[in-house]
Design a protein around this ligand. Structure first.
Ligand code: EPZ
Length: 444
């Protein structure tokens, strides 16, 4: 079992002001996109989370020279001497986002070799068929050599791409490949997450020719050269949502000065429906939350942006478990993203799972317990529950927390939350290793 756990004590109402870090789901793909350029680029507002370090290691493996000034969150990347295009199975297993180097490597070298399926969270089967099938439409030949997945192309050709589902990763990968393809690529039913737009802003600065047409069509006209860039990563809307939810769970009052309300509309709507007061700063920058002391339970359905983000479903479930009334949470993006529900039940939450719906009946009190987080957002859910629960909660799965957040525990502590990180293993033998869900016998 990977080392470390989080310890959470019942905490007083959160109070104060905290600023956000850069967005994990924007920076990872942006680092991958630097493969499209030859030369020195600088990224600003880069969070120092574990997945970022993994992506840096991957680019170093390809031959990039990288310096990460973690104090100022500045990443200096020189891609002049890139010489490799293979991603080991071990690297793929470590972080799913490694798949996002495929488009840029095909554009730069016309080839990629990937050892094994991408890893990542245990929240679903997470196939990559949309990526591969659409690369094939752009002239890429995909084949296997042993366990390795190989892809070759002499020259990427533009194509009309129709996505059955607006996959974030597939949209990003295809856009990056299309920036250097011959002709104009049209992506129909593309993902429109703010992180996708942050990537498009960066590629446009590199010299790419990308247009977005409502409702969700992205048009990319291929160019011959993309040049190095200086780019600032957007703030993390998922961190913002998590901090607001954590504060609401303690009945607190917080201000996030650099949160952009425009990318959190449905999240803020749901918090207001619960009875929490939300005030937005000028130009929609800055979010102030004042909690109600008698929160109403609300129902929600996750979906592609601008619907409720699946990455805030888990923390929101924890919040509903101590609200007044019944809430139904429907998860439509990933088919097995309710592991945290069973851990919340260990803390006294009243939750029934019916297929992709969780029916939560609010309880007066939760109690601390020893629980296991199985993915990044599950750690946040269990932290939220622990802040409201009587006693002490210990959460195994610290590595997930570190993958997704840049020392978020420090920000929570600044708001008065009693959350601490412990690198060593917890000594309780009944801290079982939860087996990774195996095809067909998953708990949900
Ligand atoms: C991105 O994952 C995010 N990760 C996820 O955040 C996020 O939950 C997800 O988008 C949805 O918003 C990063 O940006 C690094 P998808 P991604 O392709 O790109 C199916 C977190 O906690 N699908 O939009 O992998 C897939 O199985 C993480 O920060 C296919 O069937 O998500 C899923 O059901 C977790 N075939 C749905 O589409 C494909 O080829 C959405 O996946 C691709 C996807």
């Amino acid at each position: 079992m990977q080392n470390g756990y989080l310890k959470v004590e019942q905490s007083p109402a959160s109070r104060g002001e905290v600023a956000l870090s850069g967005a994990k789901n924007a920076v990872l793909v942006t680092i991958a996109s630097l493969i499209l350029t030859t030369g020195k680029s600088v990224l600003y507002n880069v969070p120092a989370s574990a997945d970022v370090f993994e992506m840096i290691e991957l680019l170093r493996h390809f031959g990039a020279v990288i310096f990460f000034d973690t104090e100022h969150h500045q990443l200096f990347v020189d891609t002049t001497l890139l010489h490799a295009w293979d991603v080991s199975g071990a690297m793929m297993k470590k972080t799913r986002t490694s798949i996002l180097v495929m488009g840029p490597l095909l554009a730069r070298f016309g080839k990629v070799r990937i050892g094994g399926q991408p890893g990542g969270d245990a929240i679903g089967k997470r196939p990559i068929d949309y990526h591969l099938n659409n690369f094939a439409k752009m002239g890429v030949v995909i084949y296997h050599e042993g366990d390795d997945l190989c892809a070759d192309v002499t020259k990427l050709i533009a194509a009309k791409i129709v996505l059955e589902y607006p996959s974030v990763g597939a949209t990003e990968n295809i856009i990056m490949a299309a920036t250097r393809a011959q002709g104009t690529t049209k992506i129909i039913n593309a993902a429109c997450e703010p992180e996708v737009f942050n990537l498009i802003a960066c590629l446009t600065k590199m010299g790419a020719n990308i247009k977005v047409e409502a409702p969700s069509t992205i048009i990319v006209e291929g160019v011959d050269v993309l040049h190095p860039v200086e780019h600032t990563i957007m703030f993390d809307r998922l961190e913002a949502g998590s901090l607001l939810i954590a504060a609401a769970a303690t009945g607190g009052e917080i201000y996030i000065p650099n949160a952009c309300a425009d990318v959190l509309d449905v999240v803020l709507l749901k918090l207001e429906e619960m009875g929490h007061a939300i005030t937005i700063g000028p130009n929609n920058i800055g979010i102030y939350l004042k909690s109600t002391q008698s929160p109403r339970a609300v129902s929600l359905k996750t979906g592609p942006y601008p619907q409720f983000p699946t990455d805030l479903q888990a923390p929101m479930m924890a919040l509903q478990s101590v609200a007044c009334g019944i809430s139904v949470i429907e998860e439509t993006v990933f088919e097995s993203r309710f592991h945290h529900a069973y851990e919340l039940m260990k803390m006294g939450a009243a939750i029934k799972i019916e297929h992709n719906k969780a029916i939560i009946t609010g309880v007066d009190k939760l109690h601390g317990a020893e629980v296991v987080a199985n993915d990044i957002r599950a750690t946040m859910a269990l932290v939220v529950a622990g802040l409201a629960a009587q006693g002490t909660t210990t959460i195994a799965g610290l590595h997930h927390w570190k993958r997704g957040y840049d020392a978020l525990e420090n920000k929570l502590q600044r708001l008065g939350a009693k959350v601490t990180v412990h690198e060593e293993n917890h000594d309780h033998s009944f801290f079982p290793v939860r087996p990774e869900p195996v095809e067909g016998n998953e708990r949900i």
